[in-house]
Structure formats: structure tokens, C-alpha cells
Write a protein that binds this ligand. Structure first.
Ligand SMILES: [Zn+2]
Length: 90
């Protein structure tokens, strides 16, 4: 039997990819904060993006992260995401 791989849509390229290969951005409504969820287990509404600067650029322009989280995303979050992506792609 094939294993079912959870798929999530990237906010940049809009392609569905394996959840584990994507970076999760999560909005915590209790704390009213947006953060990068490295564990993939944080509570809250999540958005996913490929570890790819091109996807980040697209997501910034399209405001797809805002749309997914239904929250405004600060410059700091985008900077953190860029750092995270840079680290992942080495
Ligand atoms: Zn992507």
C-alpha cells in the first residue's frame, strides 16, 4: 500500500508539495502572533511555502501569506522567512 503523504499548497508557486518539504508559517490567535513554525506542530492557522527565494518573492507580491492567514504580515516575518530559506538552501 502506498503511504499517503500530506500535501500542502505553496503560497508562492501554488503547487501542492509534501508538507515536510515546505516551511510553515503559523498564526497563533491566542497570542495574536505570526511565526515560522519549525516543528510543524504549532497550533493555529498555517500557510506553507517552498524553501525557494522565488516562491518567497511571489508570495510577497501576491500577498498570499496574508490571504492564507487572514492577517497582515510584518516585514520582520518576511525577513525571518528569507533567513530560514537561505539556511535551508545553504
Ligand atoms: Zn513554491
Amino acid at each position: 500500500m502506498p503511504r499517503r503523504i500530506p500535501l500542502r499548497k505553496c503560497v508562492g508557486c501554488n503547487e501542492r508539495k509534501a508538507k515536510f518539504d515546505l516551511i510553515r508559517i503559523v498564526y497563533n490567535s491566542a497570542e495574536d502572533t505570526i511565526s515560522i513554525d519549525k516543528t510543524g506542530k504549532a497550533n493555529g492557522r498555517g500557510a506553507y511555502i517552498c524553501p525557494d527565494p522565488a516562491c518567497l518573492n511571489k508570495a510577497v507580491k501576491s500577498k498570499n501569506i496574508e490571504r492564507s492567514l487572514k492577517k497582515s504580515v510584518s516585514e520582520k516575518i518576511y525577513e525571518d522567512l528569507k533567513k530560514e530559506i537561505d539556511e535551508m538552501i545553504g
